[in-house]
Design a protein around this ligand. Structure first.
Ligand code: AMP
Ligand code: GLY
Length: 427
């Protein structure tokens, strides 16, 4: 088979690495990929950006692509799956209509309310005065969110009213996120612990993939600004059988059934961001894709062939597959460029990539890297994702940092406590 993977981050490197192990696969193209994807067997990067759907379609047609797998949300919300399907090409992901679960927080909230999926109470606004009035009368703390896609930056936890007014003015008044903040939602704050829950769906049925926990804050102890994710581990010990059953019964199953009833059946990966409050799960948000950096942990644990699972979803035969997972914990640490998540440095030489060694298994995934004159340099905010295993979170953490400590570049920024809550819970 010829495979096209769309995207360029650590998640896509993990997908390319995993898919290259599939015996069915001959060639993998990654658009646009990164120096890490280019190094994997069978893999070749192509210089097409993730939002250039006509160019991606033409490439898939001329290179006889059997299956396209979409990493990030942008091409999904631009309708890549609809476009490829109309041209008779297999493309795995949510349709444009179904991806509204991620691309419109108002859509997601209304859907959750209609199907009685537990979530924080929220109201949505386009009018600045109405939003200000509602906020002034809402008990603190609460949360203001841009309705549309804002690269993880459109969520502000509000703990005083002047911050609320500033946020509303910036989003609705100054259109801080352009079209994405023409509408905002204001919702109740949920205090609890977050987990990422991943399923794959075929329109009618779904299969649980894995649980994970991300670390969104930049600094140790969950302090500092929100980021795309500074590290993750899988599985999340917080999700025991009872909690998992609640997540399935109250959140995932009503979503798959509800989307069918809405006539926008959900096919693709589905990632529920869940807040666990005193043992009860609440939906924070849906993402219509795999998470980054969760994928770099999850795929390390998958023993089965990913392509067969994706093909089963496309053939509506998910109920017949039974993937095998390693019971070990996989944990990854994201190494970032100085200044991330704001303006960050680029072009720093990365040392240690080829020499890193250990007497246990590990994997270095690239994200924001570039290759110049044979050297690997930093290019993005999140530069690398270093993953390893262990019998428990503590060992997986120790192993991952053993590798992190062998890699360096000027200004490298990373948390030194990925997995800390799970470790202290078992102390
Ligand atoms: P979202 O993009 O909606 O997942 O929000 C980004 C992050 O903001 C989440 O991962 C949470 O850490 C936090 N967050 C969002 N909504 C809430 C809420 N209602 N209560 C508490 N924290 C929230
Ligand atoms: N790890 C969070 C995300 O992928 O959105």
């Amino acid at each position: 088979m010829n495979i096209l993977i769309i995207g360029q981050g650590g998640r896509e490197h993990a997908l390319a690495w995993k898919i290259s192990q599939s015996p069915e696969v001959e060639n993998i193209y990654i658009a646009p990929g990164n120096p890490g994807t280019a190094q994997e067997p069978k893999c070749k990067n192509i210089t097409i950006t993730v939002d250039d759907i006509p160019a991606l379609l033409k490439f898939a047609q001329t290179h006889l692509i059997d299956l396209t797998i979409v990493g990030p949300e942008l091409p999904l919300t631009l309708g890549i799956v609809d476009e490829f399907t109309q041209h008779g090409l297999k493309c795995f992901g949510a349709t444009q209509a179904a991806s509204q679960l991620e691309s419109s927080k108002t859509f997601c909230k209304k859907f959750a309310e209609k199907y009685q999926i537990p979530t924080a109470k929220a109201a949505s606004f386009t009018d600045i005065e109405k939003a200000r009035y509602y906020a002034q009368n809402h008990p603190l703390p609460f949360v203001i969110k841009a309705d549309g896609l804002a690269a993880g930056k459109g969520v502000v936890i509000i703990d005083n009213y002047s911050q609320a007014m500033q946020t509303i003015d910036a989003m609705l008044g100054d259109k801080q996120f352009g079209k994405a903040s023409q509408k905002i939602i204001i919702e109740t704050f949920l205090a609890g612990e977050e987990v990422s829950y991943f399923v794959i769906a075929d329109g009618e049925n779904f299969l649980t993939l894995a649980t994970a926990q991300d670390h969104k804050a930049r600094d140790n102890g969950d302090k500092g600004p929100n980021t795309g994710g500074m590290g993750a581990f899988s599985p999340a010990p917080l999700v025991d059988n009872l909690l998992e059953q609640k997540i399935i019964d109250r959140i995932i199953q009503p979503t798959i059934t509800g989307m069918q009833q809405e006539n926008i059946p959900y096919t693709g990966f589905l990632f529920a961001g869940i807040m666990v409050v005193k043992g009860e799960p609440y939906l924070l948000e849906y993402n219509c894709r795999l998470g980054d950096p969760e994928t770099q942990a999850i795929l390390l644990r998958l023993k089965s062939d990913l392509i067969s699972i994706i093909l089963a979803a496309l053939n509506k035969s998910l109920t017949s597959v039974n993937p095998v997972w390693l019971s070990d914990v996989a944990l990854n640490v994201v190494m970032c460029a100085a200044g991330y998540p704001e303006n960050y440095e680029k072009g720093k030489i990365i040392n240690g990539l080829d020499d890193a060694h250990a007497d246990f298994a590990f994997k270095i995934f690239h994200a924001g890297t570039q290759k110049v004159n044979g050297k690997i340099l930093t290019q993005g905010g999140r530069v690398l994702s270093i993953a390893s295993f262990g019998k428990n979170v503590a060992i997986a953490q120790k192993n991952a940092y053993h590798i992190v400590n062998q890699i360096n570049f000027s200004g490298a920024l990373f948390r030194t406590d990925i997995g800390y809550k799970a470790i202290s819970a078992t102390d």
